[in-house]
Design a protein around this ligand. Structure first.
Ligand SMILES: [Zn+2]
Length: 142
């Protein structure tokens, strides 16, 4: 069989793959596949914000956001550490502003986006998440 990768190259490639795919991300990909949505790219850096999943034909992208880093509104996972509050507030505010810029750029380019929060990946939230995914993937509006 055609296989021109050296052992070293393969090892390198595998560690890259490992770094890229965190557990919630893998679960997300699996979920979309089971729901019948086959993404074209993941972590695609040709679009603003490097979306986790890219559906080229539908012109839709999906982000999986950590509740803490991206400030999930009203979510208990966003509690700040007790020390260095000012540092954290500044840092996290920058994240939020960056996210907003990414969403605006995507909209300008004519892409629709869906934010999935990490806490939504919990089994107990799975049904409503699946519903949200269907609405987004099959609907015309976000
Ligand atoms: Zn959350």
């Amino acid at each position: 069989m055609a296989d021109n990768m050296t052992k070293e190259e393969r090892g390198k490639q595998m560690s890259l793959v490992k770094n890229k795919n965190t557990k919630p991300e893998l679960e997300l990909k699996h979920l979309f596949w089971t729901l019948g949505y086959h993404y074209r790219y993941s972590n695609w850096n040709k679009l603003p914000g490097k979306p986790d999943l890219v559906f080229l034909k539908r012109k839709k992208v999906v982000f999986l956001h950590g509740c803490f880093w991206h400030r999930h509104p009203g979510c208990p996972n966003t509690r700040l550490p007790k020390s260095n509050i000012e540092f954290w507030e500044n840092k996290l505010l920058k994240n939020v502003l960056h996210d907003e810029q990414v969403y605006a750029e995507l909209e300008q380019l004519g892409w629709r986006y869906l934010i999935i929060w990490e806490c939504e990946m919990k089994k107990s939230n799975r049904a409503s998440l699946e519903e949200r995914i269907h609405v987004f993937m099959d609907g015309d509006t976000v």
